[in-house]
Design a protein around this ligand. Structure first.
Ligand code: SF4
Ligand code: SF4
Length: 226
């Protein structure tokens, strides 16, 4: 018989909460209605990718902000998600993502259910931020699936779709290719999705936090976030 999971008491933003031993700060917060910005987090994933760098928080006794998706909860821990240093780091990460994002919400099927919009609002930054030089990719949009559209220009490289397709479903129709600024999600040999081994289950669309994978108009609409 497995060992019973111990309950941990901690405080996040002044709120006393209970979490499970071994849980990370981000899930303890989200499960208790405290929002911490994130794009790449997936609860089922054993090893968080910690790639979006948006979930910085401050922990009493630590000199530097920590990443909430990798930091486990501890008994008596005091967490501040709104600390100046944590917010500064999260804002920089968000503005870097936005620098290579073609912001055109009015024409985007994800408008008003987009995680980037929520993050920008939460962090008090503009979607059309001018802090970093704008670098857009101008890649072709893939409309070959009967169900959904893939716009790689809007992809924030969170990896959720790749993980779901490969790890949860065992299909592996999509993966990351290329390096640096050219890094993108694509199929084997860059085939259009409709001509690849994609099964059209559209589970990737359901986990995409932004307008990179969206159902075609009139197809099933689903809420964001896994
Ligand atoms: S993905 Fe989000 S931020 Fe980008 S254009 Fe669409 S709604 Fe706007
Ligand atoms: S297509 Fe969507 S889910 Fe996939 S990596 Fe890009 S933003 Fe993330």
């Amino acid at each position: 018989m497995g060992r019973a999971v111990k309950a941990i008491s901690l405080t996040i933003d002044g709120k006393q909460i209970k979490a499970k031993e071994g849980e990370t700060i981000i899930w303890a917060a989200l499960e208790n209605g405290i929002y911490i910005p994130n794009l790449c987090a997936i609860q089922e994933k054993m090893q968080p990718s910690a790639s979006c760098r948006l979930c910085f928080v401050e922990v009493e006794g630590e000199t530097e902000p920590v990443i909430a998706c990798t930091e486990p909860v501890n008994e008596g821990m005091i967490v501040n998600t709104r600390g100046k240093n944590a917010l500064r780091l999260a804002r920089t990460a968000a503005e870097l993502i936005l620098a290579s994002h073609p912001v055109d919400c009015g024409h985007c099927l994800k408008n008003r259910s987009c995680e980037l919009q929520k993050i920008a609002k939460h962090l008090g930054i503009k979607l059309k931020t001018k802090r970093f030089r704008k670098l857009e990719r101008n890649l072709p949009i893939d409309e070959s699936s009967p169900l959904f559209i893939y716009d790689p220009n809007k992809c924030v490289l969170c990896g959720r779709c790749v993980w779901v397709c490969r790890e949860r479903l065992g299909i592996g129709a999509i993966g990351f290719t290329r390096r640096g600024f050219k890094r993108m999600v694509s199929t084997f040999q860059d085939k259009p999705i409709g001509e690849s081994i994609c099964s059209q289950c559209a589970e990737c669309v359901k986990v995409c936090p932004v307008g990179a994978l969206v159902f075609k108009e009139g197809k099933v609409l689903v809420p964001i976030n896994p």
